[in-house]
Design a protein around this ligand. Structure first.
Ligand SMILES: Nc1nc2c(ncn2[C@@H]2O[C@H](COP(=O)(O)OP(=O)(O)OP(=O)(O)O)[C@@H](O)[C@H]2O)c(=O)[nH]1
Ligand SMILES: [Mg+2]
Length: 198
């Protein structure tokens, strides 16, 4: 990272049914491998600094093992969600679809990505890509197992960029509302003198 670059901290919650490859996805993203003992045995939270073009992202990933997210306090501080299912499990897709609906209604502003994992197991496919795309426009088929992590990285890059756009819009809105409040408080009267309107 050059001295001019500033990294953006982004908290991502990774959710989905049991055994869909949440840990494998995180391992691929954080360690660039399908299996890494640290990712599988040690911590709940994983960190990685990712650079795309001129932008650097300091990401924190947290895996939620149950599709029931009601009692997970981390949900409220999330900057983004990644919902995962496996293309070889219709049941995991149904759970992910329901999860997406719940997240969209509870956290409508938080960017979300739907990932169809295990696309290397195409011969055993139970869910078509089209079904995933219908659930979320931000969708990608990936494989945590495959060495070529290009599709996975590009889907994550898209999500991170949406988080930044969302943040910038939020800052812009906050700045506008502050300046509106200041304008309404400190109004100049017609004689050019200063007055405070209530
Ligand atoms: N072929 C293939 N197998 C995968 C892929 N991703 C994960 N797996 C396998 O699927 C199994 C479950 O993967 P995990 O990463 O442990 O899944 P998880 O969602 O974290 O599971 P829980 O934490 O138990 O809910 C493991 O045997 C992985 O090796 C993939 O993209 N392709
Ligand atoms: Mg896991």
């Amino acid at each position: 990272m050059t001295p001019k670059q500033k990294s953006s901290k982004i908290k991502i919650i990774v959710l989905g049914a049991k055994g869909v490859g949440k840990t494998a996805f995180i391992t691929r993203l954080v360690h660039g491998k399908f299996f890494h003992p640290e990712a599988h045995h040690s911590r709940d939270i994983h960190h990685r600094t990712l650079t795309f073009g001129d932008d650097t992202f300091d990401i924190e990933l947290f895996e939620v093992n149950k599709s029931n997210t009601e009692h997970c306090p981390k949900m409220d501080s999330a900057d983004a969600f990644i919902a995962i299912y496996s293309i070889v499990s219709q049941r995991s897709f149904d759970e992910a679809a329901e999860l997406c609906l719940r997240l969209e209604s509870k956290f409508p502003e938080i960017p979300m990505l739907l990932l169809a994992n295990c696309c290397d197991l195409n011969y055993a496919r139970e869910v078509d890509a089209e079904e995933g795309r219908e659930v979320s426009p931000c969708f990608a088929e990936v494989s945590a197992a495959e060495e070529n992590s290009e599709p996975l990285m590009s889907a994550v890059e898209g999500l991170l960029r949406r988080v930044m756009t969302h943040r910038e819009l939020g800052q812009h809105r906050r700045r506008r509302s502050i300046s509106n409040v200041l304008e309404s408080i400190f109004a100049w009267n017609t004689r050019g003198s200063f007055s405070i309107s209530v």
